[in-house]
Design a protein around this ligand. Structure first.
Ligand code: SF4
Ligand code: SF4
Ligand code: SF4
Length: 292
């Protein structure tokens, strides 16, 4: 009887060296699975499964997985791994290999990149709709509309004039512990952020600059602050030790406690994530299958 898989220790060594993912200590605890935002919403992206396949040297099988294209490159899996395994590095390596070997064409890869940018704008449209209504149900025709409609010209950003007064109480004392005063707007946070490819949609540096200027009301009423996927890559990238993730979490909490968004909004937004990531995964499946 032919075995279902053919483990290869030579492949395993090659994959580990080329990806720098340090797969050997993985003890398949699935902590990474529980942390992955796509997996939590869809059960379709298990970093632990991919690491396990790598330890078995199953290169061809991994390259054919659509799962590797569902990844947001947020590194949350890497950050929580108790054994310092880097599933995100492994997935990045697999994507590069899939393109290098021609399994995914350059044109398909470009379409994927365009879709990923568009996806963040769709998330912004969803968050905006949720803030304007009390709906908790979603329609797939919304997805199609958001996917195909021309994007709005100015996203969610507001022109702000220096000198406008701070609009919210003791914001400086609240926000100072996150080192935000040290920000000199270098944009390293935005360069590192996995979802800020379109800065008109989401731009951590702009959020931190606005917070530093005390422009709290535009931030607290903004749909954009809810797009953050809490990965902490902005904080890791900041040479000034600004804790960007905590700043945005603080803004979200303040938006609720000060009544800028309905009290049940975090729950509805969390529910909406499940829907939108399911559509995200379905769209990638469709994109990959139409390429063959
Ligand atoms: S968290 Fe680390 S050790 Fe646990 S399954 Fe994931 S990669 Fe393996
Ligand atoms: S990088 Fe983020 S999206 Fe990708 S597998 Fe890890 S946790 Fe999931
Ligand atoms: S935590 Fe920082 S890097 Fe991650 S999504 Fe939020 S703003 Fe971007």
């Amino acid at each position: 009887m032919t075995p279902a898989i053919s483990p290869s220790s030579a492949n395993r060594t090659r994959i580990d060296a080329a990806s720098g993912a340090g797969i050997s200590p993985c003890w398949t605890c699935s902590t990474c699975d529980q942390e992955c935002p796509v997996n939590r919403s869809t059960s379709r992206l298990r970093p632990q499964k991919i690491v396990r396949m790598a330890t078995l040297g199953l290169m061809d099988e991994m390259l054919s997985l659509p799962d590797i294209w569902y990844c947001l490159t947020c590194r949350r899996c890497t950050n929580v791994c108790p054994n310092q395994v880097k599933p995100e590095s492994l997935i990045g390596h697999l994507r590069r290999e899939a393109v290098r070997r021609g399994l995914v064409s350059i044109e398909t890869y470009r379409r994927y990149q365009r879709f990923f940018l568009r996806f963040q704008r769709i998330r912004l449209q969803l968050a905006t709709d949720l803030l304007r209504s009390d709906t908790t149900t979603f329609e797939s025709n919304n997805w199609q509309r958001w996917l195909t409609e021309p994007p709005p010209a100015n996203g969610d950003r507001e022109v702000v004039f220096i000198g406008r007064s701070a609009t919210s109480g003791n914001w400086r004392a609240d926000i100072d512990p996150f080192q935000i005063a040290a920000c000199f707007s270098c944009s390293e946070c935005s360069n590192a952020c996995p979802i800020s490819g379109d800065r008109k949609v989401f731009d951590p540096q702009w959020i931190f600059r606005m917070a530093n200027l005390g422009q709290m009301e535009p931030l607290l009423t903004s749909a954009a602050i809810w797009l953050c996927i809490k990965c902490g890559r902005c904080s890791d990238a900041c040479g000034q030790l600004v804790q960007g993730r905590q700043v945005i979490e603080f803004l979200q909490q303040k938006a609720v406690t000060e009544g800028h968004v309905p009290a049940d909004f975090p729950f509805r937004w969390s529910h909406a994530q499940s829907w939108i990531y399911s559509e995200f995964v379905r769209e990638i499946d469709s994109l990959l299958s139409s390429a063959h």
